[in-house]
Ligand binder design. Structure first.
Ligand code: HEC
Length: 137
């Protein structure tokens, strides 16, 4: 029992540390840099869904400045799952690539709302945090 509590405390400390000191790992690319490199071609540099590739796609890329529904928290888990490819609408032929093989590396423990801290690749967390900053809703 003591061991479990210790593990949970360590995980919580890791999350707090990651939030309190985002510059701690200078080698990790920022969420904005990851976005520009991997997403802007379709979603546009400002995330509105009007990137240079958008017109040639069978379906328009989502406007990523409107992911948050007014009055609700930013849907970080949905966003990270979507990017990863873990969550997709089965009835749609996916146009957006899955990034689960691209975004690997160090993991952060993220509270996904079920009370459990889920190890999540740092690039997914960084992207989600960046997208949260560009919300207009
Ligand atoms: C090849 C074009 C393309 C690239 C590259 C791309 N996307 Fe997408 N994205 C789409 C399209 C098209 C959709 C609309 C749903 C679908 O067809 O898959 C979408 C949907 C999404 C959604 C779901 C929005 C919602 O309303 O639920 C998110 C979040 C998202 N993209 C984020 C990203 C991020 C972050 C990246 C970069 C890591 C990225 N996308 C790269 C084309 C792309």
């Amino acid at each position: 029992m003591t061991r479990i509590i210790t593990a949970a405390a360590l995980s919580a400390a890791a999350v707090l540390g990651a939030c309190a000191n985002p510059e701690a790992e200078p080698d990790l690319p920022s969420g904005r840099a990851l976005f520009m490199e991997n997403c802007a071609s379709c979603h546009g540099a400002d995330g509105r869904g009007d990137g240079p590739m958008a017109r040639s796609l069978p379906r328009a890329p989502a406007d990523l400045t409107r992911l948050r529904v007014a009055g609700k928290p930013f849907p970080a888990v949905h966003v990270m799952s979507y990017i990863d490819g873990y969550f997709r609408q089965d009835d749609l032929d996916p146009v957006m690539p899955e990034f689960s093989r691209v975004f690997t590396g160090p993991t952060l423990h993220v509270d996904t709302g079920d009370g459990l801290l889920t190890p999540t690749p740092q690039p997914l967390v960084a992207l989600s945090e960046y997208l949260e900053t560009i919300q207009e809703g």
